[in-house]
Design a protein around this ligand. Structure first.
Ligand code: PMP
Length: 405
């Protein structure tokens, strides 16, 4: 009998079953209700500290109204690719406003952020070209680089000496494209953009930033990493997603009009995939307008970030190099990380465990993401629960009890 290779392959994967058996499986948790900072899981109210909705706009009345308006006027789906029948005036309005917001000539909307990176990176580079990636860049950038068949070089995380060494030794006759996350999604640190663009100029490379976690977060108006560093003119392409601050689903890239036009007619993940539904485009447009008109939300997000970070640091947690509302608490042990996240959920706090291979095995962590809509009371509850569970698990040393107190 021919051995069933597929059965052998899938049966080798046991970790999910083991975690379920131990009652600490953390993935695909169904939310029964979602009210933003509060959700219902297994009939219980849980405080959400694991969402990417940094500005808390998924429940904003104007965003919901914009989605409803789009649904009413354009229907529930576009039934095709933007390239042919699936385009609408709404998608184009969104592109015009995104280009203006990011300070670029033009923008193009894809169906997800993942497809945006895949399409942009694979379309702009080819066999004789070179792509330089930070080793912590998002998976979709790496997939795009693989699809392009170009010479792929990874440099050490935010290590500009290594980037320079790679630029020096790369023998590219054509395009050199440096792609970096603006805010790194696992550990919350920010790209060293000043040094990166200086190297790009010196070695005649193009720069693309993934602003998935930067829009609505960095920059005075939440306008992203390049704006934060006042380097918009030095960054060729700014990519973003609607699935985080912009409270919807979809992605975009903004840049020079001729480059965007080329992408529009060549990016396969755009041309061969249906466009985002009207309600998603409407919600993203609504959220972008709220962001432009209510930039105090960005300020509130940062106030919350500082409050939480200060409290956790005071308690002695290892928060790594975070500079943003993404707050990692390093546990540095995969199993303990799963237990930490699971016990916190039992206590009514939702956080995300991040283990290998997403991070090296000695860097596993739980990740908290702050929202502008978290209240001080909610943060205080989370701080208290995180501290008590960490002590129970030995992640944080319990205070010594003096007999003479
Ligand atoms: N880039 C980064 C840095 C991300 O974190 C993500 C989402 N996790 C994406 C791209 C993909 O975006 P989307 O969810 O819209 O596909």
């Amino acid at each position: 009998m021919v051995p069933d290779l597929l059965t052998r392959k899938v049966n080798k994967f046991q970790i999910a079953a083991q975690l379920k058996q131990q009652g600490i499986y953390p993935y695909f948790r169904p939310l029964e209700m979602n009210y933003g900072t509060e959700v219902i899981i297994s009939g219980r109210k849980v405080l959400m500290f694991g969402s990417n909705s940094y500005l808390g706009l998924t429940h904003h009345p104007k965003v919901k109204e914009a989605a409803r308006f789009a649904l009413e006027h354009y229907g529930s789906g576009c039934s095709g690719s933007r390239f042919l029948n699936g385009n609408s005036r709404l998608h184009e309005e969104l592109e015009e406003e995104l280009a203006e917001f990011t300070g670029k000539e033009a923008a193009i909307v894809f169906s997800t952020g993942y497809q945006t990176n895949l399409g942009v990176v694979a379309t702009l580079t080819g066999r004789n070209d070179c792509i330089l990636l930070d080793e912590m860049d998002h998976a979709s950038i790496i997939e795009g680089a693989r699809l392009s068949f170009s010479n792929l070089r990874k440099y050490g995380h935010n290590n500009m000496n290594d980037l320079e060494a790679q630029l020096q030794s790369s023998k590219c006759s054509h395009v050199k494209l440096i792609v970096s996350d603006g805010v790194f999604s696992m550990e919350g640190d920010i790209v060293k953009l000043k040094e990166l663009v200086a190297l790009a100029e010196k070695y005649h490379a193009m720069v693309m930033l993934d602003d998935a976690h930067s829009l609505g977060v960095l920059g005075k108006y939440g306008d992203g990493t390049a704006a934060h560093f006042n380097l918009t003119d030095k960054v060729d392409l700014i990519m973003g997603t609607f699935s985080k601050s912009l409270a919807s689903l979809g992605g975009f890239v903004a840049g020079r009009a001729d480059v965007i036009n080329y992408l529009k007619h060549h990016a396969r993940s755009l041309i061969f995939s249906a466009s985002i539904p009207p309600a998603a485009a409407g919600a993203a447009l609504g959220a972008l307008r709220v962001l432009k008109n209510e930039s105090e939300r960005v300020t509130k997000l940062w106030e919350n970030t500082w409050y939480m970070k200060y409290a956790l640091k005071q308690m002695g947690f290892d928060l790594g190099k975070t500079e943003t509302p993404i707050i990692p608490i390093f546990v540095r042990n995969d199993m303990l990380t799963f237990q930490f996240a699971s016990k916190l959920l039992d206590e009514g706090i939702f956080v995300n465990p991040v283990v290998s291979p997403a991070v090296p095995a000695d860097s596993s962590l739980i990740r908290l993401s702050l929202m502008a809509t978290h209240t001080i009371e909610q943060m205080d509850i989370a701080i208290e629960k995180i501290s008590s569970v960490a002590k129970q698990l030995g992640i944080l040393a319990a205070p010594e009890i003096s007999l003479y107190q």
